[in-house]
Design a protein around this ligand. Structure first.
Ligand code: NOJ
Length: 546
């Protein structure tokens, strides 16, 4: 654990706490569940875990609606258990990254509650975006901004005199009020929250909605309807995304992280389309890393993926930041499902049956090849829990069990993200699949236990063994040389990392021979290191000829 540069090459495993493992049998994942599975994660071979928000929260948006940033939600445990977990993870050689939510608080947060009972213009209201409405009686929202979950981004409040009053901004759910980062108290508070967790040994933070903190002070109309969840922004002077002012905040955060030994790290959730704009978040003196959503967004297509790889490598090397790679998270369809469709691009805000039929076997074959592609690339790789099991999305959650606020905000038009958040299958028990409770908070699909860790440990060709072997080889690569293309065509991506590794992915319909003389290490179909030609949607790792 001594290497202060660990974050430049790490494999980081995302834990969506509600669905990872349930230690107390209440149907909801928790800290006890994570603690009981640290051995599993260490054995899988990841270097760090990122835990989605575990703070006190009414949980209207999976914990991204925080009531108290210094307390653990009782559903998950308490502060003492959190501290134990951090220590135990370190003993297992795993770093711990938490999720900080600085764009908004829950409307249950004491600051927002104080703002509600304070008059317009008060310091309490200045911490949020309270604005007068348009129209003669202020009855219209201040502008045309939309919530990413659907509907207007403004909600009107009732003032102390019982009359309808100002409006507050919520770019997500109405129970998630956007903070006003032009208020110095907001800055101070978040530096203090970061310190609180850094002092407890946390190694870093993922920054939620990292591009969104600064809003145009005049709240101008956007001029068009922007209603998709988590889209890649590429609009100059957008009034609430990727504004220049956010960078000053991150310079202060970097300074704070650098005061610790070893220095703490950040990864930005930045849905920015242009890799040069993205690189600004990781320029010297700012954040360490940022997610690479153009990679996650790409179709299963050699041309599209290789141009994202190239532009990422170029943009990140210019600022000295490591590239990062991600295919899956708790907001998007799992690759097994997405890659099984005719259109394999991520569809903003849409999921499930509305996107057409899925060939799961095709999706699984591609997801296995994709993970070898991702893990062969230089830099940091993110794995989302269950990705190592090749889980598909649950596309048939009964509507009365849907939890994602997108469902209600869209008037039942969009099912949202629950399909990729189903509690993990650990064992062959047909009731609850060993998650910890027979009745998990989100229903598991029929036969979920067949994907379980237990069944995959027993199957030498399973996705689990593929990922574990790839992680082991990858770890030994260390800072292997940068990527050098051997073939970059419409149907084949083939690159070398110096003498350490060669990766070939066949995107085409015909077989591709494996280079003679190279030593086969791993392949996505059989796992076994055979020199046979690669079939469609298959990848292989080799050690180049000496
Ligand atoms: C991004 C998170 O990943 C997502 O789950 C959440 O709904 C929004 N930010 C709002 O916090």
């Amino acid at each position: 654990m001594a290497d202060a540069q660990w974050w430049r090459t790490a494999a980081i495993y995302q834990i969506y706490i509600r669905s990872f493992a349930d230690g107390d049998g209440d149907g909801i994942g928790d800290i006890a569940g994570i603690r009981s599975r640290l051995g599993y994660l260490a054995q899988l071979g990841v270097d760090a875990i990122w835990i989605t928000p575990w703070y006190a929260s009414p949980n209207n948006d999976g914990g991204y609606d925080v009531r108290d940033y210094r307390a653990i939600d009782p559903t998950y445990g308490d502060l003492r258990e959190a501290e134990l977990l951090i220590g135990e993870a370190h003993q297992h050689g795993l770093r711990v990254i938490l999720d900080i939510v600085p764009n908004h608080t829950s409307t249950d947060h004491p600051w927002f509650q104080a703002a509600l009972v304070s008059p317009p213009g008060s310091p309490e209201r200045a911490r949020y975006h309270f604005v007068d409405g348009r129209g003669p009686g202020g009855e219209l929202p201040p502008n045309d901004w939309r919530s990413t979950f659907g509907g207007s981004a403004w909600q009107r409040v009732t003032e102390a005199d019982g009359e309808p009053g100002q409006w507050y901004l919520h770019l997500f759910d109405p129970t998630q009020a956007d903070l006003n980062w032009s208020d110095p108290e907001v800055h101070r508070e978040f530096l203090d929250i970061l310190r609180f967790w850094f002092d407890r040994g946390v190694d870093g933070f993922r920054i939620d909605v990292a591009t969104g903190l600064v809003k145009h002070p005049g709240y101008p109309d956007l001029g068009y309807r922007e209603e998709d969840l988590l889209v890649l922004t590429n609009v100059p002077d957008h009034p609430h995304r990727d504004r220049d002012g956010v960078h000053a905040i991150y310079r202060d955060w970097r300074t704070l992280a650098g005061e610790y030994d070893p220095p703490r790290i950040f990864v930005a959730e930045a849905w920015v389309a242009d890799s040069e704009r993205l690189a600004r978040y990781v320029a010297p003196g700012q954040l360490h890393t940022t997610f690479n959503f153009p990679f996650l967004q790409s179709a299963w297509d050699a041309g599209e993926l290789s141009s994202v790889i190239e532009s990422t490598l170029h943009a990140m090397s210019r600022v000295g930041a490591p590239p990062t790679w991600v295919l899956s998270n708790h907001d998007v369809e799992r690759t097994v499902t997405r890659y099984g469709r005719a259109d394999t691009r991520k569809q903003p805000g849409r999921s499930g049956h509305e996107l057409g039929p899925v060939d799961i076997e095709l999706g699984r074959r591609r997801a296995r090849a994709a993970i070898l592609l991702m893990l062969a690339l230089p830099g940091v790789a993110y794995l989302y829990q269950g990705e190592e099991l090749g889980l598909p999305d649950h596309m048939d959650i009964p509507v009365d069990r849907i939890q994602d606020p997108i469902w209600t905000r869209s008037g039942g038009r969009r099912r949202g993200r629950d399909g990729c958040r189903v509690p993990l299958p650990w064992t062959l028990d047909p009731k609850g699949a060993g998650f910890g409770s027979a009745d998990p908070w989100l229903p598991q699909p029929h036969g979920w236990e067949t994907h379980s860790v237990q069944s995959q440990l027993d199957d030498p060709t399973s996705m689990y063994h593929l990922v574990a072997r790839a992680l082991r080889i990858r770890r030994n690569l260390g800072a292997a040389p940068e990527l050098e293309w051997v073939v970059r065509s419409d149907s084949v991506l083939h690159f070398r990392r110096g003498p350490a590794l060669e990766c070939i992915v066949n995107f085409g319909a015909t077989e591709v021979p494996v280079p003679a003389g190279a030593v086969p290490l791993l392949r996505s179909d059989t796992i076994d290191a055979t020199p046979d030609p690669l079939g469609p949607d298959t990848a292989a790792w080799l050690r180049p000829r000496g």
